[in-house]
Ligand binder design. Structure first.
Ligand code: SAM
Length: 337
């Protein structure tokens, strides 16, 4: 990627009306064909669900003008759907101030972030410094997020997880093994490219309730069929260890209640397969629960494991696919399965 091809980075989020415009062509669309496109490593990233989400969106409302991801974390889903043009525009939101600051800075202040990242020394002493730091400004929060995400075990930002390679750095994998500057620069520039072309419109630091309210107040100009929301909330079981902001047990039920009464938009919701979630979403009219087996090889293992996931949606058309099994068909739907 020569500098000559780059368009000037956009410095501000777009106004809501920009959702009505067609996005421009990407400078580096090859990036979005790579398997890894997010600058953040994220516990629970649902990379393997993206083809299913894409299939369902294409079968229902092609192409939605707007996608909101209110639990964005590493944001792989939104980045990929914006990069491929399956959705035209997107908004990222997360309650974690570090995560929100990171995406806002990568989108609208990328030059600063890339330069600051190159200045960092990737050492355990610096890791201790960032871990203790409590930055108030957006830029420093963004840099803290990036540094800790790329140097901490499993990308965990908060809590007790230590630096990659341990404090003594005697392991084969050292603290800087996930801090490849070239790859990170390209991926941050990819986020900025999504913002400059009018695909990524804005980043909100918000609780999911506020994000869903703001969707209504800021994008009421859109028809229901033009809006889709992808939700990937914290896990039911492991979340308190992984995220600073995890869910109280009642919050999963609150989200389920909000998705019935407020669903003027199409939505897709993903969870690890879990009896609490099966129970919450079973037999609800106008919704489908899909069971998705995900095969993967764990680090250091030669055997393939299966982790099952659930995707719940109010999108009416569920095309046949060998990627999933339908657990609960919509009761009031004119579709045949
Ligand atoms: C399972 S992770 C999302 C992972 C993401 N889908 C990915 O691919 O990287 C859940 C995210 O929800 C955020 N979160 C937790 N509680 C929240 C809340 N009340 N409102 C909004 N976001 C919340 C966490 O900060 C975390 O980033």
């Amino acid at each position: 990627m020569g500098n000559a091809k780059k368009r000037p980075a956009r410095r501000k989020p777009w106004s809501s009306e920009a959702v009505l415009d067609k996005p421009g062509a990407l400078v580096d669309d090859g990036l979005f064909r790579n398997s890894v496109i997010s600058p953040l490593r994220y516990p629970g990233a649902k990379r393997q669900l993206v083809p299913v989400i894409e299939l369902l969106i294409n079968a229902n409302i092609p192409p939605p003008r707007l996608l909101l991801e209110p639990f964005c974390g590493g944001a792989t889903t939104t980045l990929r759907l914006l990069g491929s043009g399956v959705v035209e525009h997107g908004i990222l939101a997360d309650v974690d101030p570090l995560i929100a600051a990171f995406w806002r800075t990568a989108a609208f202040d990328s030059r600063w972030l890339i330069d600051a990242m190159h200045e960092e020394s990737i050492t355990v002493a610096r890791w201790d410094w960032w871990r203790a730091a409590n930055p108030r400004g957006r830029r420093e929060r963004a840099l803290k997020c990036l540094f800790l995400n790329r140097t901490t075990f499993s990308g965990i930002l908060h809590g007790r997880a230590g630096p990659i390679g341990g404090r003594t750095q005697k392991s084969e994998y050292k603290i800087d093994c996930r801090f490849g500057l070239k790859g990170l620069t390209r991926r941050i520039e990819g986020v900025a490219d999504l913002a400059s072309t009018g695909r990524l419109l804005d980043v909100w630091q918000a609780d999911w309730r506020k994000a869903l309210q703001d969707l209504r107040s800021k994008f009421g100009i859109l028809e229901p069929g033009e809006v889709v929301v992808y939700l990937d909330p914290p896990y039911v079981e492991k979340a308190p260890w992984l995220y600073e902001w995890s869910f109280e047990s009642t919050e999963h039920a609150e989200l389920a209640a909000a998705l019935t009464s407020e669903a003027w938009y199409g939505w897709l919701l993903s969870y690890d397969d879990n009896s609490t979630i099966r129970h919450l979403y079973s037999g609800r009219p106008g919704e489908a629960v899909l069971h998705i087996p995900h095969r993967y090889t764990a680090a250091g293992s030669v055997t393939r494991k299966v982790r099952d996931e659930l995707l719940v949606t109010n999108l009416p058309t569920i095309p046949p696919s060998d990627r999933y099994r339908l657990l609960g068909p919509p009761e009031e739907s004119d579709q045949s399965y």
